[in-house]
Design a protein around this ligand. Structure first.
Ligand code: RB5
Length: 157
């Protein structure tokens, strides 16, 4: 698990619950409500996952987007933003997601718990979905835009 200050309370709640369910949890922080930068906390989670020291990740920030954006820079990591149990189920069954990202500021603890329960117990269906995942992993590098934020540049719209 990893979270920023916006996700720290939900992380603590889920960690306690997961441990009662028998899961061994590694917690990469943050541990307080002091404002931090989420990339610093999801990076060790990404590295542990890629080294196969952990089987799955839970990443939490205010929206779930920042942590997902960071994690999805790593080839082999598939972080899915999950705000409903059915989204979590499909992220495992179809996308073989290995990280569940939660939007702490937009989800109740009950729903987050249900999302995580489904995420951790749903298996990947393989088949056509495996082919699609391989196409994601085949992407080795992408060209960088030399116009920062060009999609938001009004001159181009
Ligand atoms: C922190 O205020 C917030 O920006 C962060 O938790 C996250 O939502 C970013 O994507």
């Amino acid at each position: 698990m990893a979270a920023d200050h916006a996700g720290v309370a939900l992380k603590a709640f889920l960690k306690e619950w997961l441990e009662t369910q028998g899961y061994a949890v590694r917690d990469f922080g943050t541990y307080t409500a002091e404002s931090v930068d989420y990339p610093d906390y999801v990076r060790p989670l990404a590295e542990a996952l890629l080294r196969e020291e952990v089987n799955a990740g839970l990443s939490i920030c205010g929206t779930g987007n920042g942590v997902s954006m960071m994690l999805n820079r790593y080839r082999g990591i598939r972080a899915a933003l999950c705000w409903l149990p059915e989204i979590a189920r499909l992220s495992r069954a179809h996308n073989n997601a290995n990280v569940c990202s939660l939007p702490a500021r937009f989800i109740t603890t009950d729903t987050a718990q249900a999302v995580v329960a489904v995420f951790l117990t749903t298996t990947f269906e393989g088949g056509r979905h495996q082919r699609r995942i391989e196409k994601i992993d085949a992407l080795r590098s992408t060209p960088h835009s030399n116009h920062k934020n060009h999609l938001l540049d009004n001159d181009r719209l």
